[in-house]
Design a protein. Structure first.
Length: 174
C-alpha cells in the first residue's frame, strides 16, 4: 500500500463558465494563427467634401507562413482595425505559393515591373536576405533565407515596390 507521500489525488479538470475548450471569458480558445502578418504601410487618407474633410485609413499588409506561402493585401476603411481586416482578407485571397530549394533560396534570378517600380531578385546562398523595405518583409514571410534583391525604382512607393516583388515571386516556377 502507498504511503501518504506517494498517493496522488487526481482532480477532474476545472470546468469554468465555458466548459471544455473555452477560455475564462467564455470564448473559444484560438488556435495559433496559420499566417504571420506584418504591416508594410499605413496611411491616413483625406478627401475634402462640402462639409469639411473626411478621413480614412489605408493599410498594406503581408501575410505568410515562412514555408513558401505569401500574400499581399490593401485594405481601406474609416477605422484602422476594419482596414486591417480587409487587408488580411484580400491577402488571403491572393496567396502565392513559392517553391524554394533545399537552401531556402529561389531557383534562379527573376525580375518584374509594376508601374514605375522594377525589382530584381537573385539567389545568394549563405548571404541571408539582402533586400530593403517592403521586399525584405515579403521575402522573410515567404520563407526565403538567402537572396540578394534590388529595387530599381525612381519612386519610393512601397505599395508599387511590394506589388512588383509579388509579381517577381509569381514568375518563379511552381
Amino acid at each position: 500500500m502507498a504511503t501518504s507521500d506517494q498517493q496522488k489525488t487526481i482532480k477532474p479538470p476545472h470546468r469554468g463558465r465555458g466548459g471544455v475548450g473555452r477560455s475564462a471569458r467564455g470564448g473559444r480558445e484560438s488556435a495559433p494563427p496559420e499566417f504571420e502578418q506584418k504591416m508594410i504601410n499605413i496611411r491616413r487618407v483625406t478627401r475634402v467634401v462640402k462639409g469639411g474633410r473626411r478621413f480614412s485609413f489605408s493599410v498594406l499588409l503581408v501575410i505568410g507562413n515562412r514555408k513558401g506561402k505569401v500574400g499581399l493585401g490593401l485594405g481601406k476603411a474609416a477605422d484602422i482595425s476594419l482596414a486591417l481586416e480587409k487587408a488580411f482578407r484580400e491577402a488571403k485571397k491572393r496567396l502565392l505559393t513559392v517553391t524554394l530549394d533545399k537552401r531556402f533560396s529561389i531557383p534562379h534570378e527573376v525580375s518584374a515591373k509594376f508601374n514605375s517600380s522594377r525589382v530584381i531578385i537573385r539567389p545568394a546562398p549563405g548571404r541571408g536576405i539582402v533586400a530593403g523595405s517592403a521586399m525584405r518583409v515579403i521575402l522573410e514571410l515567404c520563407g526565403v533565407r538567402s537572396v540578394s534583391a534590388k529595387i530599381l525604382s525612381p519612386s519610393k512607393s512601397q505599395i508599387n515596390n511590394a506589388r512588383a516583388t509579388m509579381q517577381a515571386l509569381a514568375a518563379l516556377p511552381h
